[in-house]
Design a protein around this ligand. Sequence first.
Ligand code: PEP
Ligand code: MG
Length: 923
Amino acid sequence: MATTTKSVFAFEEGDGKDKQLLGGKGANLCEMTQIGLNVPPGFVIATSACLDYLAAPEQGLPAALMEEVRAQMRAVEEKTGKGFGDPDNPLLVSVRSGSAMSMPGMMDTILNLGLNAATLQGEIRATGDARFGYDAYRRFIQLFGKVALGIDDAVFDTAFEAIKRAAHARQDVDLSARELEQVCERFLALVREHTGQPFPEDPYQQLELAIQAVFNSWQGKRAVDYRRQFHITPEMANGTAVNVVTMVFGNRGEDSATGVAFTRNPGTGENRLYGEYLVNAQGEDVVAGIRTPKPIDRLADEMPEMATALAELRDKLERHYREVQDFEFTIERGQLYCLQTRNGKMNATAMVRTSVEMVEEGVIERERALLRIAPDLLEQMLFPRLDPGVVAESVAQGLPASPGAASGIAVFDADRAEQLGREQGLKVILVREETKPEDIHGFFAAAGILTSRGGKTSHAAVVARGMGKPCVAGAEGISVDVERREARVGLTRFREGETITIDGTSGKVYIGAIATVEPEFTAELSTLLGWADAHARLRVLANADTPDDARRARRYGAVGIGLARTERMFNDVERLPIVIEMIVAETPEQRQDALDRLLPLQRADFQSLFEVMSPNPVTIRLLDPPIHEFLPDAQVLEREIADLRALECGARGLGVLAGAMGLLHAEDTLRHEVDRARRLVEPALVEEAIAKKEAMLRKVRLLYETNPMLGHRGVRLGITFPEIYQMQVRAILEAAAECAKAGIEVHPQIKVPQVCTAQELRMVRASVETIHAEVAERYGAPVAFRFGTMIEVVRACMRAESLAEEADFFSFGTNDLTQATFSFSREDAENKFLPLYNQSGILQDNPFDVLDRKGVGKLMELAVEWGRRVKPNLHVGICGEHGGHPDSIAFCHQAGLDYVSCSGPRVPVARLAAAHAALAGRP
Ligand code: PEP
Ligand code: MG
């Protein structure tokens, strides 16, 4: 397909804002060039050319495109004064991928392109450095062989290692020029063996094949998996651009170096250049972890002028991008080049700290400080760390590459991690010598990553940090044996399946599992969330059932409890027997007796929730689940009854035997034994136990429901057993009155579950008011309360107007409302058909996870609109799981809700998401 529009842009002319067309890296190279940074000359081939090519790859690259490429190469030749393919002064280039969304390491890159037998000699003559020339050439043949010619990397690695061994070289730099020349010859022979063709000599042919290979890598498995995992849609990034950049060399001797750096520390957020470099090395050496690099601070001693230049570069980058940058640089013979920059991926702690500090430094304003952090990221800050009270000896020390602590079983390759972690649901720690992009599926499945080589910017470190998983990198004391599936650390070793613990905050590695503790809320996070609250309209409440939950939620900034599930208070060992007595009671008196004993317990529960949350509202939901859930299982009961019957039968048999023995004048000792056995089992007691169990079984069968989730639960239960709700309401109002008496400000809210008609609500309300009057009289003062309803069945949405007449507030229970709207069982759908629905695109998301705006959301909008028609100040919120998810929170904001209520650990996420929702659409 011929391209007619311009597809290739010099760095001086490309639009630095157009990432869709030029890819993130290409756009940045253009922007960096245009703001005056020292970027090696080059050009970008647009993503549109990638899509055109991929539509018909068999036709190769269009001639018109290659014409543009040639024209741009001529311009680069002019800028550098070198010639592409010129043996006397050769121009070498890198060919790099780069799409609109950053996909680190997922697509291919080729370096040193333009080398062939002739230009190599030119390069050696120009630099006077044969070692350097052969080193560059062998790297090029291997990369080109792998990426453009499809030869397995291991083919080259094995040959390289063999030559290294023969030369007794420990590291790559120990090889001489002659030995590297041998490597090149061997590599060229390998290419011929594997492709049946000689290695392509013509630089333009090399370039064409390389561009094609980079385009193809957009559709490679790694890239496709990555996009799927991170939900990168074609609207976000479509096709990769190709960046052709003049090579600059960090491996030209002791005055050359290469490195990667962040403008601020991506692990802690500290406002200080953070990174690593290697003297006399090329870029991929730093990232691949082949040699352990030096911390950037050392540069000031080794190359003071370059350290100053780097500090200037850092300031320029941050001032221009107003964002922490992750950049690559190369020093070639005392000249600093910036090769790439992008927004730094940081963990949550660093994101929060840099947000707050950049506002304080006047680099960005508060809105930007909030919007640059994805709300979900904050959950990372609530990561566990090793319990400081536990004394444990670490077995190895590596670099603290990504904070947080994790225990899990050791696995030594990514496939196994996927198998045990993803498929079998085990917690695994992926242990590798070093990781590569093709290990990405292992990262997804692992709870943490441990490598024995590489620095804090190695692949393992960068990827783990991006995912917020703990990582210890470069633990050099560990030697990994993938074949034998084990690792040795000094005299100890651990095998696959053995539990280890890594602490990505300290870099320590332990054998065995170590307890972890909840992290603390940092001062910066409080500041940031304070700004978030000031922008948000939605208030964030918590779902909490215990004083501990409530305390934590409050610490995380919840301004009340939006849902306290009272059934969770029934399940403790002290109460369950009383609850069961209440359920199996045969007479109203028996039931009342049990309820009378539950009342003070519930009152104490509510009182402590009120105290913890004062002066914020506490919303208590009356009993919801079907009561048979509190009773024993029918099958278990049947088995127990059968066992008791067998015992009874045995006891009777012993009685008969004893009688017979008397008649037969059996020996005393024998008679004595039989008597003793008889005394052990008292038939009357066994009978009594059987009778009790049978009564229970009858009750269980009576209460049995084929479909309990749609059955006798919620308000239906409250209407058929009114004394249960009466007890709970009394406990709530008395607890509130007790608090008020003690001078504690309380705002109790009572809500009724599973309501579908106004009549249900009216009946419950009447009973609440009667009890309220009684309590007020007894305490001598009424306690104000609010009465509301859950909205979790479809009919409740449809009857919102009449429900609003009875309710002060609506609380959407979107767990049940989703179940009811889809007719998908919330118990079963997620492990039966939903995964397939998601994979095949029938449903984009799991609706129990991400609020279904089109169906459930539509019902909510109608209910809000109709409810407020009757009661304009009707207070409306959500308390289903969706209340803690940013996308659903954005919807709740748009739908005009007043609050969201979510589990405690999601509260910080929800606060930030509420601010994002309010700020959305602002310029
Ligand atoms: C809901 O249905 O969304 C809800 C909060 O109630 P539960 O999950 O307890 O049924
Ligand atoms: Mg519910």
